[in-house]
Design a protein around this ligand. Sequence first.
Ligand code: NDP
Length: 254
Amino acid sequence: MKLFDLNNKAIVVTGGNRGIGFALAKGLHAFGAKVIIAARDQQRNHQACAAISAHAERVLPVACDVTCPRSVATAFEQAANWAGGLYGCIANAGGRGTGCALDEVDGMAWRTTLSTNLEGTMNTFQAAIGPLKAHGEGRLIAVSSLAALHGNAQFTDYSSAKAGVEGLCRALAIELASHKITVNCIMPGWVDTDLNADIKQDKRQFESIKRLRVPMKRWASAEEMVGAAIYLMSGAGSYHTGDTLRIDGGYHIG
Ligand code: NDP
């Protein structure tokens, strides 16, 4: 068994057109995978694919809104047809919460966060399971968050969604173990992406997160999430399921 080889393995990355998803898609591609970038903005999906491979080799952009089961099903059908089957999927698409206290938050906005982060993961995995079973083995990875473990005022929606993602993955790992499909979470700490653009603008908050809360005293780059995904997707991770890999610069022990 080649430990970290992903040669020609077809893997869908939702939210793969920027941020962590783009870094993951690029990293998987560099290890030999056929990568399908699935997000809402198809123009950006094309740009991301071009940035990974100028000649569109082993990359496919597909329009996909993870909150809509029909959109996800169509995207997976396109992906499987293009690649001749599917081996893996990373449910990475997500968005931050409302930033409102629970007694002030608009219920619709709260549910939108749940819909993108939790139902989006459910819709994505639901569409992936059939093709992975047909392939005879496979890998599912969800991207959760430190918010699943740590309280964060004004983010009850995001914390609930990401805690739900963790629970979903543990339960699904048991459902799929006999089909040779592993299910795990990657839990990033603070990562420098568009998602946190507002925090970065607030210099004092940006600095205090690094200085006071992260033992490694810095934010992560999106590329620092790639190694975990390669490990979990490849032969190296074949007996690893139902788990969460925390990549947080030591935040959880600090
Ligand atoms: P970004 O905001 O940089 O990127 C979000 C990605 O998700 C984009 O590609 C976006 O593409 C896509 N997306 C958003 N909504 C949908 C949707 N409804 N359907 C399909 N795609 C969608 O975020 P990050 O890269 O920072 O975050 C990626 C994941 O990592 C998220 O799940 C986030 O919760 C998680 N995370 C991030 C952390 C951080 O510090 N950055 C920390 C912990 C977890 P488009 O708009 O084209 O649809």
